[in-house]
Design a protein around this ligand. Sequence first.
Ligand SMILES: CC(C)(COP(=O)(O)OP(=O)(O)OC[C@H]1O[C@@H](n2cnc3c(N)ncnc32)[C@H](O)[C@@H]1OP(=O)(O)O)[C@@H](O)C(=O)NCCC(=O)NCCS
Length: 191
Amino acid sequence: MICSVDSYLETERLTLRRFTADDADLLIELDSDPAVMRYLSGGEATEPEIVRERHLPSIIAGYEKWDGDLGLFAAYEREGGAFVGWFCLRPEPDGPRDRTELGYRLRQPSWGRGYATEGSRALLRKGFTGLGVRMVWAETMSVNRGSRNVMEKLGMTLTDTIPTPPDMEMVEGAEHGGVRYEITKEQWARC
Ligand SMILES: CC(C)(COP(=O)(O)OP(=O)(O)OC[C@H]1O[C@@H](n2cnc3c(N)ncnc32)[C@H](O)[C@@H]1OP(=O)(O)O)[C@@H](O)C(=O)NCCC(=O)NCCS
């Protein structure tokens, strides 16, 4: 059985835990900030019904599918308990478990403090040393410099450029397409 309130991962300053069915408001608030959504939807908030009926159920179904080991996790400051945002480490829906995507979406007050790097670094360590992960990839828009900087700080390598998905064509900088970064367990071990 998965105990959803248990901590999933602790870093120096952050605690990551699994989301529960009661957490829709956290995700709705996060996705309602145009600055957070700038390179995801062009600034548009995610509809609350979409969060309640699609996103959150899919996050929770992921814990069942991957035994609570992989998925999307809520992050909090250990000191003070403020909600910071989320991190994810998860395979493609039907992909192998040893190839996982890294992602992060943080609340604006949490930016610029090294949290994205700190949480991601800990996720890479957990994935590579404890969860059988052999390769991690991450994708972002070419113009999302903050996100790319995190990937580069983690030691990930730019491996590909990718076309902008049709549903993101209205996003600022969409004409420059996207980028894909990767890191293997062997590369990570040499970092
Ligand atoms: C992108 C995001 C995750 C960065 O989080 P963060 O916690 O501020 O990142 P960090 O503090 O770990 O910064 C890592 C590096 O990137 C730099 N950086 C962060 N944001 C930046 C920005 N907007 N522009 C340029 N550099 C930036 C930092 O200065 C740091 O480099 P340094 O250590 O050399 O100074 C955060 O801004 C966010 O959640 N944005 C909205 C959602 C989003 O775009 N997610 C990614 C989608 S793929």
